[in-house]
Design a protein around this ligand. Structure first.
Ligand code: NAI
Ligand code: MG
Length: 352
């Protein structure tokens, strides 16, 4: 298997955690006789410093020519005085647009060794394995008109969805459910919103094409409660942009740390893989960052860009094993555990 991966490590802890993820990918390549190549490019604050822009053309070219893009994080306090369009974060928004992915996959996987990390009861979260499929390019975040008139005090945002926009992401949700536990929960607010009624009707229309998938519809407000009360009952959760943003963040309670969460954005020209966390300037350069979110992101690269499901599972198993052995970076040293592992040590344990 040949795979050309663009590495956009970025700022702060980005390079630290991405380095560990790349080591894991190299180990998988060596063990399986795969030909993975890694091409590094600048994004964010490091790109501003070197080239005066958060997303140089070379980075766009390398990313578009790659089979997958693995991004660390962007953001550096020293650029806080710049206008938003010049700051490191502008590079992230721009690369997402260039790559064009519309389906944001956010797994919520509970590792048994971390069940004391959550404020939820261990018996509620043990075995949780949810995959959020969040529509990323539509809805309230992009709909026109939008405005805020400070004189009159009138602010407007518009929720817009077209049927093709719903169909393309719904197909992805169904197909992922087929590869998992074959259950799709579509979340909306169909008792109030027309957009939600479109989502519900579209999913119902596609359902006969996936007879092996069980479909249920859930209102977002009750879903917010159900997710905390019975997270084990969910498999794929399909929803629109705003609801997906909120519910997937809420599900972070289950894993207990931002440093554990991977993500992938698929459906565009090239898939974009990134841990959910940011550049964490408060711990950057100290060897304290948890690389497991980035390493689990590497597993998603193998699953969604290379079709290497067994290898992805092997990484997830290795993460579970190192946690079970008691290795903890500071962010996951809760519930009586103590921090005893650096970023590179944690990466090495996964490799071992
Ligand atoms: P953050 O995710 O960087 O950090 C939030 C808290 O979680 C911090 O206390 C940090 O130390 C901790 N944390 C995050 N990742 C961790 C890890 N892997 N291991 C251990 N602890 C971890 O979010 P924050 O502080 O709001 O933003 C910092 C910078 O990152 C800002 O410039 C922001 O714009 C940027 N950012 C970038 C994102 C991206 O590149 N995708 C996403 C979110 C924020
Ligand atoms: Mg969010």
């Amino acid at each position: 298997m040949k795979l050309n991966i663009a590495i956009l490590a970025g700022d702060g802890i980005g390079p630290e955690v991405t380095g560990e993820a790349v080591k894991v990918l190299k180990a998988i390549a060596t063990a399986g006789g795969h030909d993975f190549t890694f091409t590094e490019a600048l994004i964010g604050g490091v790109a501003i410093t070197a080239e005066g822009t958060p997303l140089p053309q070379r980075t766009i070219d390398i990313s578009l020519a790659a089979d997958a893009v693995l991004l660390g994080a962007v953001g550096d306090n020293k650029f806080n005085s710049l206008t938003p369009d010049k700051r490191p974060e502008a590079g992230l928004l721009a690369i997402r647009q260039h790559l064009g992915g519309f389906a944001n996959l956010r797994p919520c996987l509970a590792f048994s060794a971390l069940s004391n990390n959550s404020v939820l009861k261990p018996e509620v979260i043990e075995g949780v394995d949810i995959l959020f499929v969040r529509e990323l390019l539509g809805g309230l975040y992009f709909g026109q008109p939008r405005s805020w008139d400070k004189e009159t005090g009138l602010a407007i945002n518009t929720m817009v969805y077209t049927k093709p926009e719903v169909e393309r992401v719904a197909h992805i949700g169904f197909q992922l459910a087929q590869k998992r536990k074959k259950k799709l929960t579509q979340v909306d607010k169909a008792n109030v919103l027309e957009c939600s009624q479109l989502w519900r009707a579209t999913v119902e229309e596609l359902k006969p094409q996936y007879p092996d998938v069980t479909v249920e519809h859930q209102l977002v407000d009750s879903m917010a409660i159900l997710l905390m009360n019975q997270p084990k009952t969910y498999d794929v959760v399909l929803t629109e942009n705003l609801f997906g943003d909120i519910l997937s963040d809420e599900s972070g309670v289950i894993t207990g740390s931002l440093g554990m969460l991977p993500s992938a954005t698929i459906g565009g020209k090239v898939n974009l893989y990134e841990p959910v966390h940011g550049s964490a300037p408060d711990i950057a350069g100290q060897g304290k960052a948890n690389p497991l979110g980035a390493i689990l992101t590497a597993a998603m690269v193998l699953r969604h860009s290379a079709g290497l499901e067994q290898e992805a599972l092997a990484i997830e198993k290795a993460v579970n094993a190192v946690l079970a052995q008691g290795h903890r970076t500071a962010d996951i040293a809760k519930g009586g555990a103590t921090a005893n592992t650096s970023t590179t040590q944690m990466g090495q344990y996964v490799l071992d």
